[in-house]
Unconditional design. Structure first.
Length: 141
């Protein structure tokens, strides 16, 4: 490989991550479930992988919590579910890497982390989640 080809290939390699990000738009909450409430094939295929989801931060259940609830639409109060049968398909539990600052419920955020599926009860709050993003970070969109 000559020097010119090496430089062109290297430049393309540096640009590729941005191209890949643009080709994989954020997931929509509705894409995680089938109509019967089961996990979609997409969700099952993305389990344990890093994903990005857009939404709104619901007010926290508890101050200094390690997680929050991401919602499809802005909510002034936090949705809390008691049983897995009641788990709505338009919210997602987000478990942060570290403590986070609360964002106004009306500001859209982009959240990235590892998609986890299956029943999990938060030991501190008793909050039940059927699907969640773990080891997450977010930024205002």
């Amino acid at each position: 490989m000559d020097k010119r080809r090496f430089l062109i290939t290297g430049g393309l390699a540096l640009a590729t991550p941005n191209l890949l990000l643009a080709a994989n738009p954020p997931l929509k909450l509705r894409e995680l479930y089938n109509k019967d409430g089961s996990f979609s094939d997409l969700a099952l295929n993305l389990a344990d992988q890093r994903v990005t989801v857009m939404g709104f931060m619901a007010p926290p259940l508890k101050a200094d919590s390690q997680f929050f609830v991401l919602t499809k639409k802005p909510l002034a109060v936090c949705p809390f579910c008691e049983t897995e049968a009641d788990w709505p398909d338009d919210i997602l539990a987000i478990y942060m890497r570290r403590k986070y600052r609360v964002i106004s419920f009306s500001r859209k955020i982009e959240t990235t982390g590892r998609l986890a599926l299956g029943k999990f009860v938060d030991p501190e709050t008793g909050f039940l989640s059927m699907v969640r993003i773990e080891d997450a970070r977010f930024e205002v969109a």
